[in-house]
Design a protein around this ligand. Sequence first.
Ligand code: GLP
Length: 232
Amino acid sequence: MRILVTADYQTLSRTAAELVAKAVRGRAEFVLGLPTGRTPLGMYAELVRMHRDQGLSFSKVRTFNLDEYLGLAQDDPNSFHTCMHEHFFDHVDIAEANAHFPDEAGNYEEAIRNVGGIELLIVGIGANGHIAFNEPGSGFSSRTRTVSLAAETMANAAKQFGSNAVPHQAVTMGIGTMLDSRHIVLLASGSGKAEVVRRSLRGPITEAVPASALQMHPNVIAILDEEANGEK
Ligand code: GLP
C-alpha cells in the first residue's frame, strides 16, 4: 500500500481528483466505484471544476456507488442517491443510466461483472473502520448484500438526519466486491480518523477492522491529510 500524506483537506481533495481525472482521460470507457460521506465532497467539487474549466468528460464513464440506505426514496434528501446528484452527477456529463446504486434487486454483482469490473474504486472510512457499509465482523469475501447498521454508524448519521429516523439497514458492496477492483484509493481526513487509520493501515489484518482488508490488495493508495495520518 502506498500512503500519501497531504498537507490539508484541500490538497487531499485535489490529489484524489487528479488521480481520477488522469485515469478517466483518454480512455474510451471507464468504470469507477464511488463513495459518499463528507470526505469525498471536496474531490467531487474539484472534479466538477475540472469538467467545467478543462472539459474533463464523464460521458463514457460508468459509476457504481458503494452503498445506499434501505427504506429511503431515491429523492430523499438523506439518500446517497441525492448526495451524489447534488455534489457530482448533476454538474457533469455522466448519463443517468450509467450511474448505478446497489438495491435489493440483487443484480449489482452481475452489473459490475458485465462491464468488466471496477477499474478504480474510491473509498472513505467510518469511525469504526467500516468501508462502504461493511461493519466490523463483515467477511473479507462478502459480496453486495443487505446489512444492518452498527449502533455507532447510526449515531454518527443521526447528526445529518436531524429529526428524521436513520435507517437501520443498507445495501452495500461487499469487501470481496471491493477487493476485486483493479485499483483502490482510500481517503481519510481529520484527526477524528487518525486512530482508525492507524488500526486499518498499520494494524493487524482482521475482520474486526474492515478497512484492514485493504492491506491485502496489491494496488491501494491511501490519501490522508496530516491530521488523519496522525504521526508527527
Ligand atoms: C458512511 C458511508 C461510508 C463512508 C463513511 C464515512 O458510513 N457508508 O462509505 O466512508 O460514511 O463518512 P465521512 O466521510 O463523512 O466520515
